[in-house]
Design a protein around this ligand. Structure first.
Ligand code: DLL
Length: 427
């Protein structure tokens, strides 16, 4: 089926005679019937740069467009994605599948706090939830007090939002004395670790699953964990063929981290052949013994362009998050600052836990000067050095010092080239 769909896609691209048709002809593809799945690795890539160069609609190949989505994207440069009615139908079906795999049913109430708008999170969950026959509460992001109120009144069983907003909402529910009835949460749109998963599950009393997607490919629903997918995400490979490649674009074996490359087998508005996502993950076959036949991807390990190289050491922000979340004395909000002013330094700003958590031995951790924050700072510096092989400058700020993402994606990485520091406590 994938091969049949790949041929149909190549046929559509050649017939439209756009940018991708030219590139296919450059590698000798003139007839879609020549193409097999084994040829994939010799077909041309598409990159974000290509989409920017042909902004706004240079990759559109069908004029029956019913809506447009996109992302504000890196450096404020938007990427726009036109959808046909067929694309929206595919989207609804992969999202319904994702929600169903997470245990949602036609009797579910889905509290949807992903942003509605150009961003695909809100409307993606909306289409999928309705396709499933569930009741979707289109909350969008922000106005947290109102969200707490509706969670108390309507008692939804499924929560959909970014992981950082899940924590924010969980803290607000706790403050308001509301005990939610959520069974499962489907969280994504930004990187998060298993440490963050444990925090969210503890705070909200639900099973926290990861959903992945990107506007260029369709939005959320490209891949999603299910209750039985053993910590990996099932890729909707009947619609989005996935590969993982090294920096030279050569496919890597299963289990080796590589940049995810997607081919939208069934899309018609803006179909993409071998789109380089920039997201790094590993791939794996279906879980052994599982009735599911889809290949799986790991959680996103980082972005190709997010990898920091500090004094020659390669650092993914997710590794830092792993260390921070393992320490119960600090809260889940943090900011990593790449200081590029003179000697390259990595700052890690954390917040002390509001409840003044304890050291691993159960006693409050105190430094040489008897100040609890000093003990935390010293321990985190040591743990980060151990994990990353790099000495970071750790700042323990008071609870609430870092900005909270009410809407949109969490900002956990900042670059400091000069001017005022991007967080409190940096010198
Ligand atoms: O974030 C689509 C989405 C909405 C996914 C809601 C899941 C839930 P964009 O705004 O185009 O689309 O951003 C896509 O976000 O390339 C990744 O770098 C990152 N991303 C998305 N999901 C995850 C995830 C939506 N589960 C970009 N883990 C992608 C890590 C993610 N990163």
């Amino acid at each position: 089926m994938q091969e049949r769909r790949l041929r149909a896609l190549v046929g559509r691209l050649l017939a439209a005679d756009g940018v991708q048709a030219g590139r296919l002809r450059d590698v000798g593809v003139r007839d879609a019937r020549q193409v097999s799945l084994d040829d994939l690795a010799r077909l041309p890539f598409v990159t974000k740069q290509d989409l920017w160069e042909h902004y706004p609609t240079g990759f559109q190949v069908d004029d029956r467009i019913v809506c447009v989505h996109g992302s504000s994207g890196t450096g404020g440069r938007p990427t726009l994605v036109p959808y046909t009615a067929h694309d929206v139908d595919v989207w609804a079906s992969v999202m319904a599948r994702a929600l169903g795999g997470a245990g949602a049913t036609s009797r579910s109430r889905i509290h949807n706090a992903y942003g509605y708008g150009l961003f695909t999170g809100g409307l993606g969950v909306h289409h999928g939830g309705m396709r499933l026959g569930a009741a979707v509460l289109p909350m969008s992001g922000g106005m947290t007090e109102r969200q707490v109120r509706l969670i108390a009144d309507l008692r939804p069983d499924v929560l959909c939002c970014t992981p950082s907003y899940a924590i924010h909402l969980g803290e607000a529910l706790r403050r308001g004395g509301v005990e939610p009835a959520f069974r499962v949460g489907v969280f994504g749109a930004e990187p998060w670790t298993d440490g963050m998963r444990a925090k969210i599950e503890g705070l909200l009393g639900l099973r926290a699953l990861d959903i992945y997607g990107l506007s260029e490919v369709i939005g959320p629903g490209v891949a999603c964990e299910s209750l039985d997918s053993q910590g990996m995400l099932n890729v909707a490979e009947d619609h989005f063929l996935v590969e993982a490649v090294d920096p030279d674009g050569v496919p890597v074996p299963d289990g080796t981290p590589g940049e995810l490359v997607f081919t939208t087998l069934t899309k018609t508005g803006m179909p993409l052949l071998r789109y380089r996502s920039g997201d790094v993950a590993t791939l794996a076959p279906p879980a052994p013994g599982s009735p599911r036949t889809l290949r799986r991807m790991s959680k996103v390990l980082g972005r190709r362009d997010d990898m920091l190289v500090v004094r020659g050491v390669n650092v993914f922000p997710s590794e830092i998050e792993g260390v921070l979340l393992a320490d119960p004395r600090v809260g889940p909000h943090y900011l990593v600052v790449e200081d590029r002013r003179e000697r390259p330094e990595l700052w890690v700003v954390v917040e002390g836990h509001p409840t003044g958590g304890e050291g691993t031995d159960g006693r409050p951790a105190e430094g040489a000067d008897g100040h609890p924050a000093e003990g935390v700072r010293r321990d985190l510096t040591a743990a980060l050095r151990e994990r990353l092989g790099l000495t970071c400058r750790v700042v323990v700020a008071p609870p609430g010092a870092l900005p909270r993402p009410e809407t949109g994606k969490a900002r956990r990485l900042a670059r400091w080239d000069g001017g005022p520091p991007p967080a409190p406590g940096l010198t």
